[in-house]
Design a protein around this ligand. Structure first.
Ligand SMILES: Cc1ncc(COP(=O)(O)O)c(C=O)c1O
Length: 381
């Protein structure tokens, strides 16, 4: 009998595995941009919160951005710096704590600013999120500039001048995009908000900058930011990507548990769930890369759907092509599964959460965490 295909014998399945060499490579690219363009780059925790590496990240970036009290706490605890925080709305009972943990505090509306502006601790710089009403994002779920969006203040709702005490502006209207899109966005921001840019001390250009992608033109970004600086030399420029930090720097290891067939369609049932562990694959949706498999099943002799371990009917990916038939016990490597996975996983169906580990600089596996039953039980009552 043929042996099961194994990529790794030392890694328990299922497991999110972050690869340090690849992370380091991303951090070096971001550090290069920071220095050449004289901008600050933060990691946005909403996309990447692999805090084991916060001490390493701190050596290359300028800190981290938070969108909630818990994220701000994690930044303070594990990176040892105050957060750059923006929430669509601050909660009254959390405000004083989150403000204390934040270096920058950005408000989503004038009403929120007016509610809290007497409670700002000294040393915290406040800003407003603006909405340029321009984006090139095609998926509505990810488009903060869409008509009627709740995110940021549109030009028509801005006061005549920045309120006394507001020192910064933030916009975020990009998603997995390049510096040519940023160039168009900046055109719009300058056209609509020039007068406010002159009054501000800092401008946070949000996330969605795919700086570490192989096709990203880093030199164009640097030139664009340097030119922007010439126009607004007084502004501190901040970028806060999430995805770019962990892009292509790890995978989800999974093992085939069963093969079922229905009307000629074969499904390999895995020990992971697309719904619970890789929700973006269903929400966006997109088909992730699986190592040694073809996204197009027509290219290979054997094809299988990949099925999740929950009972949700739609918890599967359409067919992939393989060179050999799949068998129970075969490992599959689902690539690029560090961003927007661990931060979004659920314990839906009570299915086992993948372990979390790393391949260190010498490619040695280290298990960091296994998620016990209590995490499931005590999110419920
Ligand atoms: C305000 C803000 N900043 C930064 C980010 C990070 O974006 P990305 O992970 O796409 O770089 C997001 C993502 O939604 C965001 O809403």
């Amino acid at each position: 009998m043929k042996m099961s295909r194994k990529y790794f014998t030392e890694i328990p399945s299922p497991c999110f595995v972050h690869e340090e060499n690849k992370l380091l490579n991303n951090l070096k690219i971001l550090d290069y941009v920071r220095k050449k363009a004289q901008v600050q780059i933060l990691v946005a925790l909403k996309g990447y919160a692999f805090w084991y590496y916060f001490p390493l990240i701190k050596k290359y970036l300028d800190g981290a951005s938070a969108s909630s009290l818990f994220e701000a706490k994690l930044i303070n605890e594990e990176m040892g710096v105050k957060a750059h925080t923006y929430c669509p709305a601050y909660l009254d009972e959390e405000f004083d704590e989150i403000a204390k943990l934040s270096k920058h505090l950005t408000f989503n509306s004038i009403a929120q600013w007016e509610k809290y502006n007497k409670r700002i601790p000294t040393g915290t710089s406040c800003g407003l999120r603006i909405n340029p009403e321009y984006s090139e994002i095609e998926v509505a779920l990810y488009d903060p500039a869409i008509r009627g969006s709740r995110l940021g203040i549109v030009r028509a709702m801005m006061p005549e001048n920045l309120p006394l005490g507001i020192e910064g502006l933030l916009f975020h209207v990009m998603c997995e995009q390049d510096s040519y899109v940023l160039e168009n966005v900046l055109e719009q921001v300058q056209t609509k908000f020039h007068h406010y840019l002159l009054q501000a001390k800092w401008l946070n250009m949000g996330g969605g900058h795919w700086i570490t992608d192989d096709n990203y033109n880093v030199e164009h970004l640097i030139a664009l930011l340097n030119n922007f600086h010439i126009r607004y030399p007084h502004l501190i420029i901040i970028l806060e990507p999430g995805e770019a930090i962990g892009l292509d720097s790890g995978f989800l290891l999974t093992t085939v548990q069963d093969i079922v067939e229905n009307n000629g369609i074969k499904t390999a049932i895995l020990d992971v769930s697309f719904s619970a562990h890789m929700p973006d694959t269903l929400e966006m949706p997109y088909k992730p890369i699986v190592r040694d498999a073809s996204i197009d099943p027509a290219n290979k002799p054997y094809s299988y759907r990949l099925g999740g371990i929950t009972c949700l009917a739609g918890d599967f990916m359409d067919e992939y092509g393989f060179d050999e038939p799949l068998k129970c016990g075969d490992q599959l490597i689902i690539d690029d599964m560090i961003n927007y996975t661990m931060v979004k996983t659920t314990l839906f169906n009570g299915v086992k959460h993948p372990h979390i580990g790393i391949l260190d600089i010498d490619n040695k596996f280290k298990l960091l965490r296994s998620i016990p039953y209590e995490h499931y039980k005590y999110r419920l009552s």
